[in-house]
Design a protein around this ligand. Structure first.
Ligand code: SF4
Ligand code: SF4
Length: 186
């Protein structure tokens, strides 16, 4: 992988797969939330980011579609099919996590929320891939690093699937794949 263009498809696939795993649980509880944590300024980060902007363009969106008050939020939830700022996947409030059955499940779901962030960590010096604002700078990112992190995130995603398929008893290889993702605090 040596061009930013090659990153789009696997990134989109991973992001959509992550959303698919959490969507029922999130819709059930966030849909009734009286203190929704979505904020228009977080929505705007998708437009400020050169990388995420390209993902918005791929789904036919630009700044003209962003609602001044509600951002990308609609009565049915976030309208972005992909290209959400990483924090949108990583944030689960305590009351949402408390609805899960036990601590190992809470830890694994929290890990799932960090995978998209992990892909872009330190893409250009200390800048996260989604923090780069200059489109030209996207060609200067550390592709080797991002490719490695993407692979780690994909492996961890499969390991998380294994966790659920085995009722919380994944193989040592799957545990090892999950441990490759640092405990980021976003
Ligand atoms: S994560 Fe928590 S605070 Fe945010 S919308 Fe869902 S239930 Fe509400
Ligand atoms: S999930 Fe969507 S609507 Fe909510 S803050 Fe993120 S981009 Fe905005």
């Amino acid at each position: 992988m040596n061009s930013i263009d090659e990153l789009f498809e696997p990134y989109i696939q991973l992001e959509k797969a992550i959303m698919e795993r959490t969507s029922d649980w999130i819709h059930l509880h966030c849909g009734l939330c009286t203190a929704c944590c979505c904020r228009a300024d977080i929505c705007e980060e998708a437009l400020q980011s050169a990388f995420l902007s390209k993902l918005l363009i791929k789904q036919g969106l630009d700044e003209t579609e962003l609602d001044n008050s509600f951002g990308w939020l609609t009565p049915k939830g976030c309208s972005l099919a992909y290209g959400r700022p990483p924090i949108c996947h990583a944030y689960f409030c305590d009351s949402l996590l408390e609805r899960l059955e036990n601590d190992p499940t809470r830890r694994v779901i929290s890990l799932l929320g960090l995978l998209i962030y992990h892909v872009g960590e330190k893409a250009l010096g200390d800048l996260h891939l989604t923090e780069i604002e200059d489109p030209a700078a996207l060609e200067k990112v550390d592709f080797q690093r991002i490719s490695k992190q993407l692979k780690e995130a994909q492996n961890a995603f499969r390991a998380i699937d294994e966790f659920f398929q085995t009722n919380g008893r994944p193989s040592p290889a799957a545990r090892n794949a999950m441990e490759r993702i640092p405990p980021y605090e976003l």
